[in-house]
Design a protein around this ligand. Structure first.
Ligand code: ADP
Ligand code: MG
Ligand code: ZN
Length: 240
């Protein structure tokens, strides 16, 4: 932990000087998403994993229905890690090209740069040794290998943040999210607003006729619904 000056005069460094605000203070990742290294840590050099410096990794899952703010929450955590000058890499599955091929973009239009990858193996091979935070959006679109990849990355001392749908359009658990939730140190469920009644929504209602589990779409194809308003088998007739 250096002075504000050797942190390059970065204003957040001033906060680090006040032990009541920062030092030794254990915060809850679900509330603020931070990741503090060992107290005497320096950032890992590009060729060493965080583990070799005493970082203890962890897995965080952010899950919920469509429009629940999963991507916003992922981006929020990434931005905080960047304020802390941690090296971050963000990934998304190549299948998800709704908005932008090399960025993670929320429905509220916040965005970060991301690398699209086709498989969990490809993701693993792209993580650089010195990366402290690995952020992964739309985790439900990855193959099952993502579970082992997340574990391995966390064992290497990294903070792994995965955002994804916990349920598919029929309300069924969406693999591999259940397994990721089981091995995560921290799981945050975020919820949307039901488009029918204005209540708290936990489900993604498909509003066009399409039987495939994977149908990448936005507000044209899905609505956030609460349990009471969710009609899994009832899509608007004559559409799609
Ligand atoms: P997710 O990644 O979970 O699909 P995003 O983080 O991309 O969600 O977007 C969340 C944003 O979507 C909200 O902040 C809000 O601006 C917008 N939004 C649109 N429809 C809804 C809804 N029914 N409930 C809540 N937020 C909504
Ligand atoms: Mg999203
Ligand atoms: Zn409702």
């Amino acid at each position: 932990m250096g002075t504000a000056k050797d942190r390059g005069g970065f204003s957040a460094g001033l906060v680090a000087l006040d032990p009541t605000l920062y030092g030794g203070f254990v915060r809850h990742p679900a509330l603020d998403g931070d990741f503090d290294g060992p107290s005497s840590s320096r950032p890992p050099k590009p060729d060493e994993t965080p583990r070799s410096l005493g970082y203890v990794g962890r897995i965080e899952v952010v899950c919920g229905s469509m429009f629940s703010g999963k991507t916003e929450e992922l981006i929020r955590r990434v931005k905080r890690a960047l304020y802390a000058r941690q090296s971050v890499q963000a990934f998304k599955p190549r299948i998800d090209n709704r908005y932008d091929a090399t960025r993670i973009v929320s429905h509220g239009a916040t965005a970060i740069e991301a690398v699209p990858v086709a498989t969990s193996e490809s993701l693993m091979s792209r993580v650089l040794p010195g990366t402290v935070v690995v952020a992964i959006d739309e985790a439900q679109f990855f193959d099952r290998g993502i579970v082992e990849v997340a574990n391995e990355l966390a064992d290497q001392g990294r903070r792994v943040i995965l955002a994804g749908l916990d349920q598919d359009y029929l309300g069924r658990p969406f693999p591999p999210m259940p397994d990721l939730m089981a091995i995560a140190e921290d799981v945050t469920k975020v919820r949307a607003v039901c488009t029918v009644c204005g209540g708290t929504a936990s489900r993604s209602q498909r509003i066009i006729q399409e039987g495939a589990t994977v149908l990448v779409g936005g507000a044209d194809s899905y609505e956030a619904r609460c349990r009471a308003c969710f009609r899994p088998r009832d899509m608007r007739p004559g559409e799609g």
